[in-house]
Write a protein that binds this ligand. Structure first.
Ligand code: FUL
Length: 490
């Protein structure tokens, strides 16, 4: 037996080499980034003094007594996000006006000075409890720009106020899936009564390397969002739309040659498409508000986005490999208004309905090439299915391939979903899809930059028994983890 094994060993080794996983291509996501990709959709919740003053950017001199919700309910707010199919919320813990929604030690300008729970309230804690209860992820946005702080503009603001605030948030309200760092920085404000304009050097003032080091240490599973990343980049617009071609890789460039890019100091517009072969894995986040403004304004009660608009945004963000960050604006009572809840619910239902049944499930697959001659099967445990990281691959030298799905009977669909196993990087550059109609292959779709998720919405419903995926351009061998055919719920 021992000898037989010795004799067989070289053959076993050969087989394993032939089936070795493809080498990763370019930068690959970290564990935190993988978790962020899987999250796909979350909400950004703006509520604070601006809700009561009807402003978008508070000056910093707002009286905390204004913040007086009659029935604040994080459960209702986070529940509305969950009904919309969102998997997490980012709480704006402090906006540019400097008012902290938690009882911080760093400034008097905080919730304890408001009538809410007679000064004993902690909005962040209430969100934490609601997220735990509803199984939702939580993140924080603590604005670096602080129009209330006397110290803003001086180094002490960063070392004694801003970083301490982050530490408090990271210590008391984790685990956090994201730390959101906004790019609006410096300008006029109250600044402890000075009422003046304060400008800062956006590249250097916040000492980002050190500041982000705090996040890395205290919340290792959180991704850092900023215009310049470092984990998730801004898409470059607040309309919630990623480029038709959108790469998860990116190299941030400063607008001025020779300058080191700092947060809020990059060519924002390059974030829309990212860069093929960019230096970092730095996918885009698409932020957009459900209403025209980020904060609640009564006059906007009739301009809440419709479920149709949200579906469209979903295809243009999540469908292009980005995450969707939808702004919710709870009202003065401290809840999300009924119009907003209604639109979220319908959107959530339609989304769930659309992706409930993959019409390609159970299809027989034929591939022009399969790595190591592996058997190709459909289903979660096999090469293609709902698992984002189990995948079908081609041999090392094979960079184009055809994959035919025979569904055994005609199926109707108008949405195509493709995903790569991004643990091996973003590989596929171009694909086309054909349907077998009237005795021949007809091209029904084409797309670029597949990556973590690519949705193609067809102009009309196609009914076909056989569908062919053609992977037409990739610099290296292919590693596809998902192919799905769905029908939009209308
Ligand atoms: C921006 C801010 O200036 C807006 O007020 C809002 O918070 C948005 C999400 O980010 O940079």
């Amino acid at each position: 037996m021992k000898y037989l094994l010795l004799f067989l060993l070289p053959f076993i080794a050969l087989c394993t080499t032939a089936q070795q996983a493809p080498k990763p291509y370019g930068p690959v996501p970290t564990k935190a980034q993988l978790g962020w990709h899987e999250t796909e959709m979350y909400c950004l919740i703006h509520w604070g003094p601006d809700t009561y003053t009807d402003k978008e950017w508070g000056y910093g001199d707002e009286d905390p007594q204004l913040v007086n919700p009659t029935r604040f309910s994080a459960l209702q707010i986070v529940g509305a996000a969950k009904a919309g199919g969102f998997k997490g919320v980012i709480v704006v813990a402090k906006h540019h006006d400097g008012f902290c929604l938690w009882p911080t030690k760093t400034t008097e300008h905080n919730i304890s000075k408001s009538p809410y729970k007679k000064g004993k309230g902690d909005i962040l804690k209430v969100y934490r409890d609601a997220c735990n209860k509803l199984g939702m992820k939580m993140g924080v946005y603590c604005s670096p720009w602080d129009r209330n702080s006397t110290l803003y503009g001086k180094p002490e603001y960063v070392t004694k106020v801003y970083r301490e605030q982050l530490k408090e948030l990271y210590t008391n309200y984790g685990p956090l899936f994201i730390s959101w760092h906004d790019g609006a920085n410096g300008g006029d404000g109250y600044y402890g009564g000075a009422r003046e304009v304060r400008k800062i050097d956006r590249s250097n003032y916040y000492g980002w390397d050190e500041t982000w080091g705090i996040t890395r240490k205290m919340q290792p599973v959180a991704v850092l969002f900023g215009d310049v990343g470092p984990d998730v980049r801004w898409v470059g617009n607040e309309r919630g739309i990623a480029g038709e071609t959108s790469w998860a890789t990116y190299t941030p460039h400063a607008p001025e040659p020779g300058k080191r890019p700092g947060n809020g100091y990059v060519k924002d517009y390059e974030g829309t498409e990212g860069h093929r072969n960019g230096q970092f894995w730095m996918p885009a986040e698409c932020d957009v508000a459900l209403r025209p403004g980020w904060f609640y304004h009564k006059r906007q009660n009739d301009s809440v986005k419709t479920p149709d608009q949200l579906m469209d945004l979903y295809f243009k963000s999540v469908g292009r490999g980005a995450d969707l960050d939808l702004g919710l604006a709870p009202n003065r009572d401290g809840v999300v208004s009924k119009q907003d809840v209604a639109t979220l619910e319908t959107f959530g239902q339609r989304l769930a309905e659309t992706f409930k049944v993959n019409r390609a499930n159970g299809a027989t697959l034929t591939a022009s090439n399969t790595r190591g001659n592996n058997k190709l099967k459909f289903g979660a445990a096999n090469l293609l299915g709902n698992d984002r990281y189990s995948y079908w691959a081609t041999d090392d030298k094979v960079t184009t391939a055809n994959l035919v799905f025979d569904m055994h009977k005609p199926q109707s669909f108008d949405v195509i979903r493709l995903r790569e196993n991004i643990k091996l990087g973003q590989r596929i550059e171009e694909i086309a899809v054909d349907a077998w109609l009237k005795g021949k292959w007809n091209q029904i779709a084409a797309a670029t930059s597949i990556g973590p998720n690519r949705l193609i919405k067809l102009p009309e419903v196609v009914r076909a028994q056989k569908v062919r995926l053609r992977i037409t351009k990739s610099p290296v061998c292919i590693a596809l983890s998902d192919f799905g055919l769905y029908q939009l719920s209308r």
